[in-house]
Design a protein. Structure first.
Length: 251
């Protein structure tokens, strides 16, 4: 699948330049954090170099400067729709710097699901009937290292599943497949797994598994130990730790 053309060709070109000739140290950093090499390449993750010409986007200009110099040297992670259209980009620091993440979204992101981890191969696996494993952050996608080859890992950018996410999963996940919700083990992640009640109003809010099952998608919450999220489990024990944590949970 080729990216869908848009009026944001200036951003497409800059992201392509960022992912070409990826510095060895940046690639090593991402692989060291657990991202599979195929995912780094398939998603087009790069190191941002800036724009040769001033951006035509007032919003981008305001956030990052006319040439995007405010995030030069940061990782650039393209966010795409199921059709391959560019929906935006996440920028994040890497190496020894304190974590900092900044995002830019195109107008089409308002009505499209914005998963991190969408690239042609991942979509083909979903359409072929693979299971979907949902995590929160970019480096939680390390869980993909120990999944069955037919399955896919996607990140929602936090412990929240939007209506656009629900619509995508309801439309594309096979009836014979299942969603595995692997959100963090903190309070926010656990609330999304099980649902919660507002103590002030008494109103109950459904968790992600319940919301997905309402639209016909089989889903289970994955409760696990060994770390607060898949990325931390990878850092503590690599592939073996991930395999011990997640492979026995397959159904």
């Amino acid at each position: 699948m080729r990216p869908v053309a848009s009026s944001f060709s200036w951003l497409e070109e800059a992201l392509a330049a960022a992912s070409s000739n990826l510095p060895e140290e940046a690639e090593g950093y991402m692989l060291g954090r657990g991202l599979p090499e195929s995912m780094v390449q398939g998603m087009g993750i790069g190191v941002w170099r800036g724009l040769p010409e001033p951006t035509p986007s007032a919003v981008f200009h305001e956030k990052f400067g006319p040439h995007g110099l405010g995030v030069v040297g940061w990782l650039s992670i393209p966010i795409r729709s199921p059709r391959g259209a560019l929906l935006g980009v996440d920028f994040r620091t890497w190496g020894e710097e304190k974590k900092n993440v900044r995002e830019f979204r195109l107008p089409d992101a308002a009505w499209n699901p914005t998963f991190t981890g969408v690239w042609p191969e991942s979509l083909e696996r979903i359409w072929a009937g693979g299971d979907v494993w949902i995590v929160e952050g970019l480096f939680d996608l390390a869980v993909a290292r120990v999944l069955p080859s037919k399955d896919v890992a996607l990140a929602t950018g936090g412990a929240a599943v939007s209506k656009n996410h629900l619509d995508f999963l309801a439309r594309f996940v096979s009836p014979r497949a299942q969603v595995h919700l692997c959100y963090d083990t903190d309070a926010a992640g656990e609330k999304q797994k099980t649902g919660w009640t507002d103590l002030k109003t008494g109103k109950r809010y459904a968790g992600v598994p319940e919301r997905l099952m309402r639209v016909g998608v089989r889903c289970r919450a994955v409760h696990y130990g060994g770390g607060k999220d898949p990325g931390e489990i990878w850092e503590r024990g690599g592939t073996d730790a991930l395999r011990r944590t997640f492979r026995p949970l397959e159904v």
